[in-house]
Design a protein around this ligand. Sequence first.
Ligand SMILES: [Zn+2]
Length: 395
Amino acid sequence: MTAVLIDQVGELVTNSPEHGTGKLGVLRGAALVLDGPSVAWVGAADDAPSADERVDAAGAAVIPGFVDSHAHLVFAGDRAAEFAARMAGQPYAAGGIRTTVAATRAASDEQLRANLRRLVGEALAQGTTTIECKSGYGLTVADESRSVALAREATPEVTFLGAHVVPPEFTADPAAYVELVRTDMLAAAAPHARWIDVFCERGAFDAAASRAILAAGIAAGLLPRVHANQLGPGPGVQIAVELGAASADHCTHLSEADVGALASSDTVATLLPGVEFSTRSAYPDARRLLAAGATVALATDCNPGSSYTTSMPLCIALAVREMRMTPDEALWAATAGGARALRRADVGHLAPGARADIVVLAAPSAVHLAYRPGVPLVAGVWQAGQRRQTLRVSN
Ligand SMILES: [Zn+2]
């Protein structure tokens, strides 16, 4: 294995308080050594050991690769017209998913694979080194099964979301669809998936259906996560906490009891500000969750309907500007928070033994991610020690 020394790091964010200052574990004038797929050493540049290869970061900031814990990347078509209509004043409703379902069912495996790869590549170029990917635009046994199988080609963090919306052919008998999801569809999807998810929302799946589907998934060996409390108050967060879900995602409409339940559990509150941005809706109250002591993650929710972005830097900028998270809180949520939402101990931080997922920013500090919105600051990416993007920093 080749050891690589990344030297002259202006600001190194480790997310490991024992290696630096504060919750972000920040080191200035730092260096780190990658050995094969893992981080071998972090510390002051002056103390750095020698390595086979040296990379001069030229004073740039270095952060852990982003962990995007919520994305829907297996689909065909786009919904630009729906977006334009919404921006012209039409409200967002869950049913728009059906448009993508029709396009996805009609697409070939090769078309779905090409779109998935394009989006994962887009995310990687913006610093995302771990990404979760859901099914949920097939909604037949065969189409959900191929969706999770395709997703598994791109990432190990695959989520079966047969319970995304009731497809049109089951409108007259939604209970029959719930039964299909928790039996044959789950059986076909489970071998390719790590997670089970339900869109628990008015217009999608109610509390009883959500519980039944999640329980079946858990019995099949999958771990639960829940789309909860996005469009209005509802039972999603309570169900997520009750079942020990890794994450309750959206959390836009929370009661005091919901906030308390999240704060006193291991269930991460995953906020998806790209959705509120793209649907022109009120943002979740991140400060209330943080004040209560809940663990907060940020993710893109990349999907063609309500948030067609793969950019974690955009989500950080929105979290800071619109949700009043501090730049430090937003960066932590987009890295370590995402890792917690995926129950991953190997990513989201940079300390010896962690996976060598590293982003070099064309900026002297990570604050620039929010301070310079829309600017492509990701200047270099290593994923599991593999260089994925040519470094372009210079002073
Ligand atoms: Zn989603």
